[in-house]
Design a binder for this molecule. Structure first.
Ligand code: M6R
Length: 366
């Protein structure tokens, strides 16, 4: 059942080229410039005309929501708020006519997310669901939605569900942008072509496995980790830190790299591993300065860079290279080495990777 892998988590990490492809199948066709999300068609104009999008989710799904915020703002020019479902539901949120809610959940059973949906519904909002489990409570409670089609995710740590969520959310954003006219046909075409290359690029990123296992052996006894990224890679930093803490029980924090100097930089000393998600994008130069700041304090820099980069590798103790991808789609690829890093560290520490202590696959209590 684990398909020859030692754990479900590793199997699911390696399934990602296929699960991402399955998620796009029948929905995206770059040659026709076509994006069809069946479950949305009836309500898509609500999204196109939305004054604001509210995204509600928990955990890894909330991280996917943070990436989606950047998609919708960049491509659709719609303001977005990303909310922890548990905070949203208890604070009398402002929900206005013209607001559209997107709920993201792998299991479709997360109690707080479900309650946030019910609250928004009671105030008259239209709710879209992005779920993996077909027929789940959240899928049923929403007005419309798109399944992620990642297949069953057994490992408690979410991996393939995350990349499938990003895939669906980028397709929704591009489809809305196309209808709104906030993206040029040429740009749209470029992005659709690029999306079709993602499964192969993820495949390539997975070949880093052995290299990452070696790096993991050197850091398995660390007591803390910091993950830093900017722009589209900021939520990836949060996701890398969450993966590490939940399965290896090492304390880890993710931050937007520039926020470091507002506090966390005080933590950096010669024992602190700092993982930079530092691929070539519009914030590249800024990230270079952040790496210098960490180096000046003797932090141990591990960088995820774009293939062929020379500058950041020269500044890092360890480097892993991922294929070049458009900024907006980079999280689909840059998260892969972080999933592998957390997996190997947890295995080396003798942790129960698929069923970490104190955690359940779906959190059905508030
Ligand atoms: O099923 P959901 O996507 O609603 O679950 C949300 C979180 O409980 C979940 O992502 C959790 O954070 C994972 N264990 C992270 O790997």
């Amino acid at each position: 059942e684990k398909g020859g892998f030692e754990h479900f988590m590793l199997k699911e990490i390696f399934e990602q080229p296929r699960s991402i492809r399955d998620c796009m199948r029948g929905r995206l066709d770059s040659t026709q410039g076509r994006l069809v999300l069946g479950g949305l068609s009836e309500y898509i104009t609500k999204l196109v005309n939305a004054d604001r999008i509210l995204i509600v989710a928990c955990g890894t799904s909330w991280h996917a929501g943070l990436v989606a915020e950047y998609f919708f703002e960049e491509f659709c020019r719609i303001p977005v708020e990303v909310e922890y479902a548990s905070e949203f539901r208890y604070r009398n949120p402002v929900i206005r006519e013209g607001d559209v809610v997107i709920a993201i959940s792998q299991s479709g059973e997360t109690a707080d997310t479900l309650a946030a949906i019910e609250l928004a519904k009671s105030k008259g909002a239209i709710i879209f669901g992005v779920c993996n489990v077909v027929g789940s409570s959240i899928a049923r409670a929403t007005h419309a939605g798109a399944y992620t089609h990642a297949g069953p995710e057994i490992g408690v740590a979410s991996t393939k569900a995350f990349t499938a969520q990003l895939t669906v959310l980028s397709m929704i954003a591009l489809s809305v942008a196309q209808r709104k006219g906030t993206i040029t046909e040429q740009k749209l075409h470029e992005l659709l072509v690029e999306m079709e290359t993602i499964p192969a690029k993820v495949e390539k990123a997975l070949t880093l496995n052995d290299e990452i296992r070696k790096i993991s052996a050197l850091f398995k006894d660390a007591r803390n980790f910091i993950y830093l990224g900017r722009g589209y890679n900021f939520p990836v930093a949060l996701e890398g830190a969450l993966k590490l803490k939940e399965i290896s029980y090492i304390h880890a924090e993710g931050y937007p790299a520039a926020e470091m100097k507002h506090g966390p930089i005080a933590l950096i000393d010669e024992e602190m591993p700092v993982v930079f998600i530092a691929t070539r994008d519009s914030s590249y130069e800024k990230v270079v300065s952040n790496i210098q700041e960490v180096k000046a304090r003797k932090g141990r820099v591990i960088s995820v860079v774009t293939e062929g980069d020379k500058l950041i590798p020269a500044m890092s103790e360890f480097v892993v290279e991922v294929p070049a991808v458009h900024d907006a789609l980079m999280p689909l690829v840059s998260v892969i080495p972080l999933q592998l890093l957390s997996y190997h560290i947890a295995v080396m520490r003798g942790c129960n990777v698929d069923q970490p202590r104190n955690l359940a696959k779906s959190v059905t209590v508030e």
